[in-house]
Write a protein that binds this ligand. Structure first.
Ligand code: SF4
Ligand code: SF4
Length: 225
């Protein structure tokens, strides 16, 4: 199971900034098991944000949001609530945030950090990849992970090596930073690129002591054996 931890509320509020109308998209897969998702968690966050002056335009919990077709079909009847939102808050691992970012035309803020893929992962056949960095920054990179889309793990733009939008390390591979630029352009949010992204803190790659001492961690370790 993919193990995630909730981002601090203060960080989520900072990331939302002036976006006051938010649609919640939750994953009913791994986050429910890790107790970082599910209806109860989403309702609690709704209450917290509303106290801070935000409006939650809608909430939906979808089984396995890493399945883009499923997300697309479940969001279709909720179009007006998504349209009314400035952005989405996603309760899922990095794979789910990447999948949602491809389906919708708004910024998708991660509400969770992905710590580890654990022993057994869900069924997932997409092209998305997560490096379990423990500090998801996908809302700053157009929903594309710079740690997996760029072999040099660049956080603040492309190197000078790409040719015809392909990566200098492999002419058959799209440049991750071209993909980031194109997705932000598609949703009209190129200004996101003006924000500096701090260097990765590799200490966060190690799941917290609290998570490693949890029953869930012990079960997952056992399943991996
Ligand atoms: S930024 Fe990338 S590696 Fe880090 S949690 Fe998000 S998807 Fe995973
Ligand atoms: S060409 Fe693009 S994907 Fe390749 S290393 Fe440079 S920035 Fe990263």
């Amino acid at each position: 199971m993919i193990l995630t931890e909730s981002k601090p509320v203060e960080e989520i509020i900072e990331r939302l900034g002036n976006e006051k109308n938010i649609f919640f998209l939750g994953c009913g897969g791994c986050p429910e098991g890790a107790e970082t998702g599910g209806v109860k968690v989403l309702e609690e966050m709704k209450g917290t944000l509303e106290e801070k002056g935000f409006t939650v335009t809608g909430i939906i919990n979808v089984d396995f949001i890493c399945q883009k077709a499923l997300v697309r079909s479940r969001l279709k009847p909720r179009k007006s609530e998504v349209d009314a939102a400035d952005s989405l808050l996603i309760f899922s691992c990095g794979l789910g945030v990447q999948a949602a970012s491809e389906v919708v035309d708004k910024i998708c803020h991660p509400a969770l950090n992905t710590n580890t893929f654990g022993g057994i992962t869900g069924i997932w056949q997409g092209k998305e990849r997560c490096d379990t960095c423990g500090n998801c920054i996908l809302d700053k990179t157009g929903g594309i992970c710079p740690y997996t889309a760029c072999p040099k793990l660049l956080e603040n733009g492309a190197c000078a090596g790409q040719s015809k939008d392909k990566c200098e390390t492999d002419p058959d591979r799209d440049c991750g930073w071209v993909l980031i630029y194109n997705n932000l352009k598609r949703i009209g949010k190129l200004e996101v690129l003006e924000e500096f992204i701090a260097p990765r803190d590799y200490r966060k790659t190690l799941p917290t002591e609290k998570l490693r001492s949890s029953r869930l961690w012990a079960y997952d370790e056992e399943a991996a054996e």
